[in-house]
Design a protein around this ligand. Structure first.
Ligand code: ZN
Length: 272
């Protein structure tokens, strides 16, 4: 499943190739995505792609007064191909620019491409962005803000991270790794972590996501193959997927537990 780092890399690739270019034509071959693709997406034709941005796991393509909000769902990916390239199975939407084509491919069709009117400040009131917490790299996301977000919360700290209200973009693997780095037990009630632990966790979240983006950036030397299926860019994992192996830090055996239907890996020796 494409996570924040993959979406960020996709965004950078699309921006690098198409920002400042005019959209010549948009072709919707299959409108039955998670939500039906509306005809309004065609309003972007003839407009210049002014800016490509990201909000949580949404990529936003701004064409002057129009915007497209793209979510890669479970299996979506964007590819940049030359004009005349044959369609591939599950290519659902194509944006034709002067130099190249951008194609949205999604075998399971849980992704979405939606139109939004890009009035000034539209992102603040856009319904899909309404309940999202701060971005991990935003100045708003501080150790104090994270600590504050945990107060009075009975859910586990891992569930709080995955929930996206304290901070967006921390998927299952990244949550496990950030909690390992900050030595916090995933099942610990969020409201019971200390201020010091919140500081450590904040630093770990920023570092883990930053490293994944960096690895993604170096993995994809060119953006010919922007691909959500590349997985987690071979992020070096200390606990994720290491059940039964020794912890690098303390030597205890890494455990796996299912929490909220998600595999959770942690070290019982050094995560408290
Ligand atoms: Zn350990």
């Amino acid at each position: 499943m494409p996570e924040l780092p993959e979406v960020e890399i996709t965004k950078r690739g699309v921006a690098q190739h198409f920002e400042g270019q005019r959209l010549l034509k948009c072709t919707v071959r299959e409108p039955r995505l998670r939500w039906p693709v509306q005809n309004t997406v065609l309003l972007c034709e003839g407009q210049v792609l002014v800016r490509v941005a990201r909000r949580s796991k949404y990529m936003v393509m701004e064409f002057g007064p129009h915007a497209l909000v793209v979510h890669l769902g479970m299996s979506g990916s964007m590819r940049i191909v030359e004009h005349g390239t044959a369609w591939e199975k599950h290519d659902h939407i194509e944006w034709q620019f002067d130099n190249k084509l951008l194609r949205y491919n999604d075998p399971r069709r849980f992704g979405s491409v939606e139109y939004a009117q890009a009035l000034p400040g539209w992102q603040q009131t856009y319904p899909r962005f309404g309940r999202l917490g701060p971005e991990p790299f935003d100045p708003q996301f501080t150790p104090a803000a994270l600590f504050e977000a945990t107060r009075g919360k009975k859910v586990s700290i891992k569930a709080l991270l995955l929930g996206g209200e304290a901070v967006v973009g921390v998927g299952n693997i990244y949550a496990c790794e950030a909690l390992f780095r900050s030595r916090i037990r995933p099942g610990k009630a969020a409201g019971r972590i200390s201020r010091l632990q919140a500081h450590a966790l904040h630093a770990a979240v920023v570092a883990v996501l930053g490293e994944a983006i960096e690895r993604g950036g170096s993995t994809l030397r060119n953006f010919q193959a922007i691909d959500g299926e590349l997985g987690h860019f071979q992020l070096h994992c200390d606990v994720y997927g290491r059940e039964g192996q020794r912890c690098h830090r303390c030597g205890a055996v890494v455990k796996r537990r299912v929490m909220n239907q998600r595999s959770t890996f942690y070290c019982p020796g050094c995560q408290l």
